[in-house]
Design a binder for this molecule. Structure first.
Ligand SMILES: NC(=O)c1ccc[n+]([C@@H]2O[C@H](COP(=O)([O-])OP(=O)(O)OC[C@H]3O[C@@H](n4cnc5c(N)ncnc54)[C@H](OP(=O)(O)O)[C@@H]3O)[C@@H](O)[C@H]2O)c1
Length: 314
């Protein structure tokens, strides 16, 4: 078969022949891959920078996808940490880490949206105690996961959603997705005001912008004892952030992370069906660009700047 193959961490994957996979346990089957999202998590898998990476090469990247099983069912699947990922004509899935999709589901939409949508869905449903009516601030709302976070928060009953981002043009699109307010990440006064009464922050940026946001928001809190749950979800602006210590003392601030590891695998699996059903019924607006798997090397460089989620189609 053919697959996207990473031979060195400093080079993008190339479309090459690769040994056919075979199942090794009673719950495993080989699927014909239909669609695979090129998520930031997959880019860090392929360049060796993700916290789960090992030095083992070559590897086929891809952490999830949509595939057809030998009995003809179309399933969304999540892969374990493996060197045989989903960016291949065929891959091995564990049926217990997959769900059958509704017959009208669009494989491209599901492959594009499950990973970015899961970031906010799991954070609000499994990582923190979120109640309908609470106010949510999304830091870094202009990316795929941030745009979905605005929609997911609204869908799950947020009383108010504020979208913060650095791209002024893209911010203007967010009210149409459900944002009640938008604010520039670069305008710290406005950011402080926007964060003065929120209950939850979904943070996709981290790095310096998060420290700046905390410096603006903490002094602006209207009620210091109102709980503020700051959920670290992404780190597009830096893996480390110089969080001011006083922020944790001056207000009722709790910083937690949400992702693979901090949310139990069984909780992640339990949420897949409902989220896939919402995506399949078109509850969220999703931007997708389909690219043939054979063009994976070019897609890799496009993904660095693409607004849409690139989905590779074998
Ligand atoms: N924990 C989880 O479960 C989970 C799941 C999925 C994704 N994530 C993480 O969430 C993050 C976003 O993923 P994504 O799928 O939305 O990626 P994406 O579609 O590539 O979007 C990234 C966004 O980050 C913004 N950005 C980049 N550098 C920035 C900076 N220095 N300051 C402010 N904004 C910056 C860009 O904003 P501009 O519009 O200004 O260029 C872009 O819109 C990634 O770190 C990803 O790994 C986490």
């Amino acid at each position: 078969m053919h697959a996207a193959v990473v031979a060195a961490f400093d080079q993008p994957p190339a479309f090459e022949s690769f040994p056919d996979p075979s199942p090794s346990g009673p719950d495993e089957v080989v699927v014909e891959v239909l669609a695979v999202g090129l998520h930031p998590r997959v880019r860090s898998q392929a360049d060796g920078s993700h916290y789960t990476s090992t030095d083992d090469l070559p590897l086929v990247p891809g952490i999830d996808g949509v595939g057809r099983t030998p009995d003809g069912a179309v399933r969304y699947f999540v892969l374990p940490d493996t060197r045989l990922g989903s960016m291949a004509q065929r891959t091995v899935i564990d049926l217990r880490r997959s769900i059958e999709l509704p017959s009208d589901a669009d494989p491209l939409a599901v492959a594009a949206a499950m990973n970015p949508a899961m970031s906010s869905w799991l954070a609000l449903r499994r990582r923190i105690s979120f109640s309908p009516g609470q106010r949510v601030l999304v830091l870094g709302a202009t990316g795929n996961a941030g745009r979905l976070a605005v929609q997911v928060a609204k869908h799950l009953g947020a009383g108010q959603v504020t979208a913060a981002g650095r791209d002024a043009g893209l911010l203007t699109e967010l009210p149409a997705l459900g944002a009640d307010r938008t604010v520039s990440l670069l305008d710290t006064d406005a950011l402080g005001d926007a964060g003065s009464d929120v209950d939850v922050v979904l943070d996709y940026v981290w790095g310096r912008p998060t420290a700046d946001a905390l410096r603006a928001i903490v002094p602006a809190r209207r009620n210091d004892s109102q709980p503020l749950t700051w959920v670290q979800v992404g780190s597009v602006a830096g893996l480390e952030s110089p969080v001011p210590s006083a922020a944790l003392r001056a207000t009722s601030l709790a910083i937690v992370g949400s992702g693979q590891g901090s949310v139990a695998p069984r909780d992640i699996l339990a949420e897949l069906p409902e989220l896939a059903a919402e995506i399949s019924r078109g509850s969220f607006r999703i931007c997708v660009r389909a690219v043939p798997l054979a063009e994976v090397t070019a897609a890799w460089s496009d993904a660095a700047t693409a607004r849409e989620r690139i989905v590779l189609v074998p």
